[in-house]
Design a binder for this molecule. Structure first.
Ligand SMILES: *[C@@H]1O[C@H](CO)[C@@H](O)[C@H](O)[C@H]1NC(C)=O
Ligand SMILES: *[C@@H]1O[C@H](CO)[C@@H](O)[C@H](O)[C@H]1NC(C)=O
Ligand SMILES: *[C@@H]1O[C@H](CO)[C@@H](O)[C@H](O)[C@H]1NC(C)=O
Ligand SMILES: *[C@@H]1O[C@H](CO)[C@@H](O)[C@H](O)[C@H]1NC(C)=O
Ligand SMILES: *[C@@H]1O[C@H](CO)[C@@H](O)[C@H](O)[C@H]1NC(C)=O
Length: 379
């Protein structure tokens, strides 16, 4: 006769464990384990096989039983909101590529990542599954695409995609310490080493946070004149570049936030004033932890051109790319907002460098590669 001694219970538990895992994998309801398989590939067979879910390491056991349906951001965000906000060592930089196209500048990023020690960075790709990715993501980007959803301008879907990127990166690696959002038209403006040292030394995020920008009221009221109330009053509303670098603490703050995001996630009534990805992050950081961020973006962009009324920044052409352009981008000064520690102008004097720049058209890749080793990726 076996009595239910602790030892017996322990053995029973061990015996049951493989069964439990088996049932988790085969059960028809979607569990976190199923989520590791490939819902995108299953749904859209035209999407490259490179598209698959990330999170190779198993999630923490206490959360393993939570259900996670494909497309269910709620569970993903909830899991990610439980991570340790302190990164483990050695710290890594997470590069979050948000795209709806193949990455035309990927060969330049390959050179950049080739300069790096593999254990100091991670790459994550969010790729709208409605599009073809030809050529498929390869090299450093192969297998780095996780479950993505449609993402388009003038809707909250771009900011939802950025939140999804943060959640995946938080769960994937506890050493991810800084999270940089990158677009397909972005280039690195410094060597990997320079960027790594600069970012991992910083205790703060870099989020452009601007107050009283032209058109701010229209943006705030784009969902209806009282739709943002009471959580986001107009005087708390901020505008800034979509491209930020967040600390792990702020990445966790973002994925844990439901109250403020519920406001920004509403459908806009006015499409031409609907830029949640440029409003949500600056507003959230301003409201929750302005001193934890330098109120400027590290991604250079040029609005000083004849076509600025189009609402698009200048797109550099191949003929413009050369050491002089890179030098002038590197020498530009950041634009600081009014929030955060940088409101103190004596701190502002100690200026920060631009680490990335946009926008570069796909045909810039050849001239960029020509100057990469000698100029672009050299300090
Ligand atoms: C980057 O830093 C690492 C470690 O400090 C060093 O081994 C490597 O040579 C550096 N790479 C470049 C391109 O400077
Ligand atoms: C945002 O809105 C979409 C569409 O209504 C919804 O499916 C999604 O769950 C919402 N996301 C969050 C985090 O509330
Ligand atoms: C804007 O561009 C013009 C023409 O290229 C230049 O003269 C001017 O200095 C630029 N202004 C700023 C603020 O960069
Ligand atoms: C601004 O920063 C400097 C250097 O950190 C500090 O000495 C000074 O007291 C600060 N001034 C204000 C108004 O906070
Ligand atoms: C740049 O450096 C990389 C790696 O060292 C090398 O493979 C490549 O051929 C170089 N490119 C040029 C244009 O010199």
């Amino acid at each position: 006769m076996l009595s239910p001694t602790p030892r017996y219970l322990f053995c029973a538990l061990l015996l049951c464990l493989p069964l439990a895992v088996f049932f988790t994998i085969t059960s028809p309801t979607t569990t976190f384990t199923n989520y590791h398989q490939n819902p995108i590939v299953a749904r859209n067979n035209h999407v490259s096989q490179a598209i698959r879910n990330l999170i190779p390491s198993p999630p923490p056991s206490q959360t393993q039983t939570q259900t996670l349906h494909p497309g269910d951001d709620g569970s993903l965000l909830r899991l990610a909101s439980q991570v340790n906000p302190k990164p483990s060592s050695p710290k890594k930089v997470a590069f979050l590529f948000l795209t709806t196209t193949p990455l035309p500048l990927a060969p330049l990023w390959e050179l950049y990542f080739n300069q790096a020690q593999r254990h100091l960075f991670n790459i994550y790709v969010h790729a709208d599954p409605r599009y073809m990715y030809n050529p498929p993501f390869s090299g450093a980007f192969a297998d780095r695409v996780f479950r993505s959803e449609p993402a388009q301008r003038f809707t909250p879907s771009l900011s939802s995609a950025a939140r999804r990127l943060l959640a995946h990166a938080l769960l994937d690696d506890k050493a991810n310490s800084m999270f940089a959002l990158i677009s397909p038209s972005c280039i690195p403006l410094r060597s990997f080493n320079f960027t790594y040292r600069f970012l991992t030394k910083s205790q703060k995020s870099f989020v452009e946070i601007l107050k009283n920008e032209r058109g701010a009221y229209g943006r705030w009221a784009a969902r209806g004149s009282t739709a943002m109330l009471p959580e986001v009053k107009f005087r708390e509303f901020r505008i800034g570049s979509q491209f930020w670098v967040l600390t792990r603490k702020h990445a966790k703050l973002v994925v844990s936030d439901r109250r403020i995001y519920a406001k920004f996630n509403q459908t806009c009534l006015r499409r031409d004033a609907c830029f949640p990805e440029e409003n949500y992050f600056p507003t959230l950081i301003h409201m929750r932890d302005p001193r934890g961020s330098v109120s400027a973006t590290l991604t250079h962009v040029n609005w000083n051109w004849s076509g600025r009324s189009s609402g698009h920044p200048r797109m550099y052409k191949a003929s413009e790319v050369g050491p002089e352009l890179i030098a002038s981008l590197r020498n530009s000064r950041l634009r600081y907002g009014d929030d955060g520690s940088e409101s103190n102008s004596s701190v502002r004097e100690k200026s920060h460098p631009f680490l990335f720049a946009r926008k570069f058209s796909p045909d810039c890749i050849q001239p960029l590669l020509r100057i990469a080793n000698h100029t672009l990726l050299k300090d």
